[in-house]
Design a protein around this ligand. Structure first.
Ligand code: UDX
Ligand code: UDX
Length: 480
């Protein structure tokens, strides 16, 4: 029986391994992690991450051919194929600070593999890593090989949160990069055979190592670039009276461009986009390509601009101050159908409002108070460390309250900021909400999910990203 071990039971490792186990009943899959509570959660009825369909898949295979364990060394030693999907935070100090990936966890995973292995291994990079990481890992392994042969493969993950299980069941493509030697090709075939249990062969792309590593960064950079492009347009739409949704629709109808990923928003978040672009920028700089680096950096700058612009709109339209005013924040996750808050635009928006001394009342159907407090008091980039190694939050942010109901959040509020596109926010009783708010009552829709006309009829002053502005907002221009 082929044995697979995955180091890192996170958003990537957990769902990916669960689907491999489901689709390959003849393979034993063990997911290991240094975090005891995380593994305990994977073994319980309350899985550590929320992902539609995941529970069902886990329940079908757990205890049969899918196991979660903290006995990292044993399962690494037993495995034929080892996936590594541990954290790769952005460095906060030293060479490449603010841009380069910190490969501490990766390196320690590689050293552990070298220490405990007694048979040949295929080591698969699953975390997004900067190009040429495989080479570094290969060096660590071969310099400590004790006669064991290692093959390194890059098999980047393209799943998106909220649709992870569907993405894994029906991937657009599976990418496997490996060495161009006979041994490298053999390893590629071994991994291909795993995916071929459910993915059509023509969707499994085999490349060299560097192409696979770079393709992941490139794919995320292209996706993020589309959002920054449409968000840049949203500012122009507001200035000119065009409607960004109409512009996106018209542009997306061109089959060469396509309609996906053209929704204007308060900004993109998530664990990958910003980090991957920063990696890309750093790699370009290291390779003497400053113009290319500047080009990609602009995608992040526009994203930051969009978040700032949103906060400025809120503050300027409320008579240039939100000091002491209650602002309801609906949605904190970086997108709907996930409880994940990594790099969510809500963090920067809330920090901006708190900077102007607002009182912020937050409701998100999937995010806990503890998580929100941690996010609002953590330093930039600290989130991407295993939870027990994250620096402790200094204090809770007092001007923030977290409530479990949109009506509670909006009660007596002066304004509402919609920051995640949860479906339930579309169907709230806005008349009831309006009646319980201070007047004038404002709605700032950072996801374009409410119907501005209907809300205006109720009496709200409405700001929707990239849509023609209310007379009120036109009279109170925001300076970014
Ligand atoms: C992870 C990385 O965070 C991301 O940077 C990379 O691109 C893909 O892999 P994700 O699965 O979403 O993405 O992260 P997370 O949910 O934080 O899971 C990583 C897990 O690795 C954590 O549970 C952590 O405890 C574990 N880990 C980390 C180890 O088991 N060993 C380590 O040495 C470090
Ligand atoms: C992304 C990639 O899609 C995935 O392939 C990769 O493996 C990991 O990174 P994810 O971060 O889960 O996945 O979410 P995604 O759906 O890509 O959304 C990222 C951010 O962009 C979210 O904050 C989302 O709200 C925002 N977004 C997306 C927009 O603002 N507008 C859009 O049109 C689409």
């Amino acid at each position: 029986m082929v044995k697979i071990c995955c180091i890192g039971a996170g958003y990537v490792g957990g769902p990916t391994m669960a689907v491999i186990a489901l689709k390959c009943p003849h393979i034993e899959v063990v997911v290991v992690d240094i975090s005891v509570p995380r593994i305990a959660a994977w073994n319980s009825d309350q899985l550590p991450i929320y992902e539609p369909g995941l529970e069902d898949v886990v329940k079908q295979c757990r205890g049969k051919n899918l196991f979660f364990s903290t006995d990292v060394e044993k399962h690494i030693a037993d495995a034929d194929i080892i996936f590594v999907s541990v954290n790769t935070p952005t460095k906060t100090r030293g060479l490449g600070a603010g841009k380069a990936a910190d490969l501490t966890y990766w390196e320690s995973a590689a050293r552990m593999i070298a220490d405990v292995s007694k048979s040949n291994k295929i080591v698969v990079e699953k975390s997004t890593v900067p190009v040429k990481t495989a080479e570094a890992i290969e060096k660590i392994l071969t310099h400590n090989s004790k006669g064991i042969e290692y093959q390194i493969l890059s098999n980047p993950e393209f799943l998106a949160e909220g649709t992870a299980i569907d993405d894994l069941f029906k991937p657009d493509r599976v990418l496997i990069g490996g060495r161009e030697t006979p041994e490298g090709q053999k390893a590629i075939q071994a991994l291909k055979a795993v995916y071929a249990n459910w993915v059509p062969e023509d969707r499994i792309i085999c490349t060299n190592l560097w192409s696979a590593e770079l393709s992941k960064l490139a794919a995320n950079a292209f996706l993020a670039q589309r959002i920054s492009s449409v968000n840049a347009m949203s500012a122009l739409c507001e200035a000119t009276g065009a409607d960004v949704a109409e512009v996106s629709h018209a542009v997306g109808k061109d089959s060469r461009i396509g309609s996906k990923f053209l929704n204007s928003s308060v900004g993109f978040g998530g664990s990958c986009f910003q980090k991957d672009i920063l990696n890309l920028v750093y790699i370009c700089e290291c390779n003497g390509l400053p113009e290319v680096a500047t080009y990609w950096k602009q995608v992040i700058k526009i994203n930051d601009y969009q978040k700032n612009r949103f906060v400025n709109r809120v503050v300027s339209s409320m008579f240039n101050t939100v000091s002491g005013k209650k602002i309801a924040v609906l949605g904190f996750a970086f997108k709907k159908d996930t409880g994940d808050t990594r790099e969510t635009p809500a963090i920067d928006v809330c920090k901006g409002l708190l900077g102007d001394k607002a009182r912020v009342s937050i409701y998100d159907p999937q995010v806990t108070e503890d998580q929100i407090q941690r996010d609002l008091s953590m330093n930039k980039f600290d989130w991407d460390h295993p939870i027990h190694l994250q620096p402790m939050s200094p204090t809770t942010v007092k001007q923030v309250s977290v409530v479990w109901d949109a009506y509670e959040a909006t009660k007596d509020a002066h304004g509402i900021c919609i920051l995640t596109e949860w479906d339930e926010f579309k169907n709230l009783d806005y008349q009831r909400i309006y009646d319980n708010m201070q007047k004038p009552a404002f709605v700032f829709d950072g996801r374009n999910i409410v119907n501005p006309e209907k809300l205006r009829e109720i009496g709200f002053i409405v700001y929707s990203i990239g849509k023609p502005l209310d007379a009120w907002l036109r009279d109170m221009p925001a300076v970014a």
